[in-house]
Design a protein around this ligand. Structure first.
Ligand code: C2E
Ligand code: MG
Ligand code: MG
Length: 310
């Protein structure tokens, strides 16, 4: 992403230009990655809001204001819940429940993302502990880990130590990573993923096919699951070309012995298409929105029969 400030209308000194370009960058990021935006004077006033939000975010981490929602991933062959993805929300004291898009970019920028990811991992561990005590058989739980976090020198050790602290079986944990990770430092990434996998943790590639990457990493790294991005799934009803892309992804994944989860499934038409193509699992509003833990537990007790009848 890029933020742009022009001389002289957006500032007459290097300092002012850089500050304004940064503000434009921040605004661009709010609307997604790979964007560029020009500075506008109206953006200036929200800098204070942003600083306020960053300090709120620090406070929120220390005061447990986050809550995890869980979205089921259902096996297309038998309608049983195979896994769930943990998705963070911020229970903001004044603004209510905030989605990740409202605060993750800020957390990245303020270097709080590692603390957030750790909070998520700990909370997942607590939930798994509670399920063991309640006699609920745990599904696979997917945790999103940001590239910045994985780059921490002791990421793997800390992660495994946290699981051990709660006596969690690493084999129920799946770490979701995005492809962009692989263009950073492939040797470092390979080594970390291999250590994680050696402990039994599974590795999923999120939003597969949407970012810059090469396919060769699929062979080089110990990957278990590919997640077909929702942008491909949503085009099933509309665009014939997307059918070819999804078919190709399914064929690559199965050729390499990987599990496939299609994300963002909203219609029965999408479900049927994915079923015919042999996709393994689906996740999306058609089955369930992300749920609070209590609501998920009811579904877990039901376990199967989650797919709509054809
Ligand atoms: P993601 O990992 O690709 O997660 C899937 C997103 O798609 C979630 O959005 C989910 O609610 C949404 N989704 C699932 N099915 C459907 C559907 O049928 N229709 C629509 N419209 N949306 C659907 P959410 O929860 O807002 O999370 C957005 C992103 O924020 C996630 O994308 C992930 O990249 C990031 N994120 C969420 N929780 C965490 C976390 O704990 N740690 C980190 N580092 N990132 C997180
Ligand atoms: Mg994810
Ligand atoms: Mg995704």
């Amino acid at each position: 992403s890029a933020g742009i400030a022009l001389f002289p209308e957006h500032g007459e000194t290097a300092d002012a230009l850089i500050r304004h370009a940064n503000i434009a960058l921040y605004h661009g990021r709010l609307s997604g990655s790979n964007s560029h935006s020009f500075f506008m004077p109206e953006m200036g006033e929200s800098t204070d809001q942003r600083l306020q939000l960053q300090s709120d975010l620090r406070h929120a981490i220390d005061h447990d204001q986050f809550v995890l929602f869980y979205q089921p991933q259902v096996d297309l062959k038998n309608g049983c819940i195979k896994g769930v993805e943990a998705l963070i929300r911020w229970n903001h004291p004044e603004r209510g429940l905030l989605p990740p898009s409202d605060f993750l970019p800020l957390a990245e920028e303020a270097d709080l993302i590692v603390s957030l990811d750790e909070w998520v991992t700990r909370d997942v561990c607590k939930t798994l502990r509670a399920w063991t005590e309640q006699g609920i058989a745990p599904p696979r739980i997917a945790i999103n880990i940001s590239p910045r976090h994985l780059e921490e020198p002791d990421f793997v050790e800390q992660f495994i130590a946290l699981l051990a602290e709660y006596d969690v079986d690493p084999a129920v944990i799946e770490v979701e990573l995005t492809e962009n990770l692989f263009i950073r430092d492939p040797n470092m990434v390979a080594q970390k993923l291999q250590t994680l996998a050696a402990h039994g943790v599974m590795i999923a590639i999120d939003d597969f096919g949407t970012q810059y990457s090469s396919l060769s990493y699929l062979q080089k790294f110990p990957i278990h699951t590919l997640k077909i991005d929702k942008s491909f799934v949503w085009e099933i009803d509309r665009e014939y070309r997307q059918h070819a892309i999804i078919k190709a992804i399914i064929s690559i994944a199965h050729g390499l012995g990987l599990n496939l989860v299609a994300e963002g499934v909203e219609t029965e038409e999408q479900l049927r298409f994915l079923e015919i193509q042999g996709c393994d699992e689906i996740q999306g509003y058609l089955i369930s929105k992300p749920l609070r833990r209590e609501a998920l537990e009811e579904l877990l007790i039901q376990g199967c029969g989650i797919l709509p009848k054809s």
